[in-house]
Write a protein of this length. Structure first.
Lengths: 176, 176
């Protein structure tokens, strides 16, 4: 079978560490090659993103926060939903612009999982509008099955062992 | 229970993508915070490392190749073993130097899995010589159980779906 080149749809899901971190590593690799890449963060959390935000600023990488913190605990759910919808509008604009080689939608599985966005509509839009050579990376727990079916490359990050259970603090630079 | 701060031993293992890439993301985060970090690559593969090597050069990140390519296919196994042992000597020097906040041993599970290095001896050395605050990251398939028992944070990257099965080429910037 002849090998073809195409933009991949990559999903990093699962309950373990490394979903966003692997997307950042991919951003670093792409930056090393001079590729045009941006990350949209659907769950904004300034503290948790501190290390990568500082790195992004230094490197001129585009990381855009579209969410409003740990949204599943929000008391103002209408606003949360509105922001997720707004984030998806920004994402659509970036994806269809043709300005990027890689677009990363970080924690984008959450608005899909909570059905703030309809996964079927999102995939239909992507099938019609994603430039064929654009790589799209989506991270987050609980990726819906429809998204897995649509994706080319899916990895589950599975927690085997986690130090939070042993009374160890989250570590700057390592976990955020 | 009071939370303590300590250097974590982190293992990224499993048959899926993202083990090395998450370590690179962690390197990017740490670099963003101005932390001192180095990566030793036990399976040297210039092509596969191209994106991160270019990025590392641009950023001044220290990435050191200690291996000799896809060593499990080497016809000169004595040399392969000798290079892995040499790599571990470099690793010991970096780990015990006190010069780093994070040391990454990329694909280090291979010399352990193939028993070129004795995992018990490696862990005994680490217990005695790793500075308490140093974060140590080890990546690669088939992490031995003794290593998992020793580690604080273990994630299995599990392949759910991979495009190589569908006749799609490996993609520059994304997979290497």
């Amino acid at each position: 079978m002849a090998k073809t080149k195409k933009g991949l749809v990559i999903v990093n899901t699962g309950d373990g560490k490394g979903k966003t971190t692997a997307a950042l590593g991919l951003m670093l690799r792409a930056w090393g090659r001079g590729m045009r890449v941006c990350m949209l963060q659907f769950i904004k959390n300034e503290k948790a993103r501190y290390g990568e935000t500082k790195a992004a600023l230094k490197l001129g990488l585009e990381i855009i926060a579209t969410g409003d913190g740990f949204t599943w605990m929000s008391k103002d759910m209408d606003k949360t939903v509105a922001r997720a919808l707004h984030g998806w509008e920004i994402a659509k604009e970036r994806i269809s612009s043709g300005d990027y080689e890689i677009v990363i939608l970080d924690e984008f599985t959450y608005p899909l999982h909570f059905e703030w966005l309809d996964v079927g509509e999102v995939i239909t839009w992507l099938k019609e509008n994603k430039p064929p050579m654009l790589h799209l990376v989506i991270t987050g727990c609980k990726a819906p099955q429809e998204l897995i079916d649509y994706a080319d490359l899916v990895t589950e990050m599975k927690e085997i062992k986690h130090p939070h259970n042993d009374g160890v603090q989250a570590q700057p630079g390592v976990e955020f």
